[in-house]
Write a protein that binds this ligand. Structure first.
Ligand code: KG4
Ligand code: ZN
Length: 346
């Protein structure tokens, strides 16, 4: 079954064709970064306009690269939440219209399920495991029992991990988006040049939660207090010291979650999962088996949406034509850390 997946929740216009939830026949990502760079962040109005301009050429390219015609597509999946409302509506409306006109089923996909599924496009992974979803908009540690059975253990109580990378990079004028630039700069810096505070959330409700606003403020405003006078405050050292703390926060929560649940497999997803230091640090923890998607599947893409779409279809689920977009994160089950809510995925 060949599913066309469309992703337009933020600043990438993306489309891909995936066969049977696994084989990527094409994966086209048109990034809007050059248009948002000047503003050091995503400008929602520019994003939706670019999606509207690019969606047709991107989908056409995805079909061409897969050597397929529209009639060969068995179903269409598109991200419907969470994200920027105007951006989501472009991909969702395009996807629904295409599916309807082709007489094929349509599946609305939650972007977060997409990020968590990305690694499954690359290798077979058995459930359950600990999921680490770290992107520009979200930071979530969860127990993943199936592709749509997610029990949230912890989230960020303030900034998302990627947001912290982006804000630090913006403050120091490193460039946009910050994550990949800080990752690159840090390779030449000393991670011990400064000792930034790690949030001490360790009790009850917040046991698996993360926090980045304190670290961000420390890096931006109170540098002297934490800085080792033996080191120069170069961009490389700032990047390395910030990054070291940022990823150690995530690793500490993963170790806690693994110890408490008895699960040793960790599957990462989202833009920050591309971080080289996070990957290296987790590789040093032999008590965990960490699986990362290839770099291209960490950041936003249509393949992860097609993959999840296939899994819903294979189970006999599809979405109604009245499915709309939502900027908000859906209510996932909250277990271990908090009271339970029913999952609402579409
Ligand atoms: O998943 P994604 O493409 O979009 C969202 O759903 O947010 O993630 C984008 C985020 C940005 O904040 C970017 O700075 C961060 O992922 N990012 C990284 C790296 N590559 C991208 N953060 C740390 N290290 C990286 N190598
Ligand atoms: Zn994303």
């Amino acid at each position: 079954m060949k599913v066309l997946g469309i992703e337009s929740s933020c600043d990438e216009t993306a489309a891909a064709v995936v066969e049977d939830g696994r084989a990527i026949l094409s994966n086209v990502v048109a990034t809007q970064i050059p248009f948002h760079k000047t503003f050091s962040g995503v400008v929602p109005e520019i994003a939706s306009r670019k999606h509207a301009e690019w969606i047709l050429p991107v989908v056409t390219q995805a079909l061409r690269e897969a050597n397929l015609e529209l009639k060969d597509i068995d179903a269409v999946a598109a991200t419907n939440r969470p994200g920027l409302m105007g951006s989501l509506l472009v991909g969702l409306t395009f996807g629904k219209t295409l599916a309807w006109s082709l007489g094929r089923p349509f599946i609305a996909v939650n972007h977060m399920l997409g990020h968590l599924y990305a690694a499954h496009l690359h290798e077979d992974i058995a459930y359950p495991y600990i999921g680490l979803l770290v992107s520009g908009g979200h930071s979530m540690i969860c127990k993943v029992s199936d592709f749509d059975d997610i029990e949230v253990l912890g989230t960020t109580i303030d900034d998302a991990a990627g947001e912290a990378f982006d804000k630090v990079a913006k403050f120091y004028g490193f460039g946009y988006p910050g994550g990949v630039i800080i990752d690159r700069l840090a390779k030449q810096g000393n991670p011990h040049a400064a000792h930034f505070p790690v949030p001490s959330l360790h009790k009850g409700d917040h046991r698996y939660d993360v926090s980045y606003s304190g670290l961000k403020t420390a890096v931006i405003n109170q540098l002297d207090q934490f800085w080792d006078p033996a080191f120069e405050k170069t961009p490389e050292n700032i990047a390395a010291a910030f990054q070291e703390t940022a990823v150690r926060i995530l690793v500490s929560r993963l170790l806690r979650a693994a110890a408490d649940t008895g699960l040793t497999t960790v599957v990462a997803g989202g833009g920050v999962a591309a971080n080289s230091r996070l990957r290296a640090l987790l590789a040093d923890h032999s008590e965990l088996h960490c699986i990362f998607p290839p770099l291209k599947l960490c950041t936003d893409n249509g393949a992860m949406i097609a993959g999840v779409g296939y899994r819903f279809l294979a189970r006999g689920d599809k979405s109604g034509w009245d499915t709309t977009a939502s900027a908000r994160v859906p209510a996932f089950k909250r277990g271990l850390a908090r009271g339970r809510e029913s999952p609402r995925l579409n």
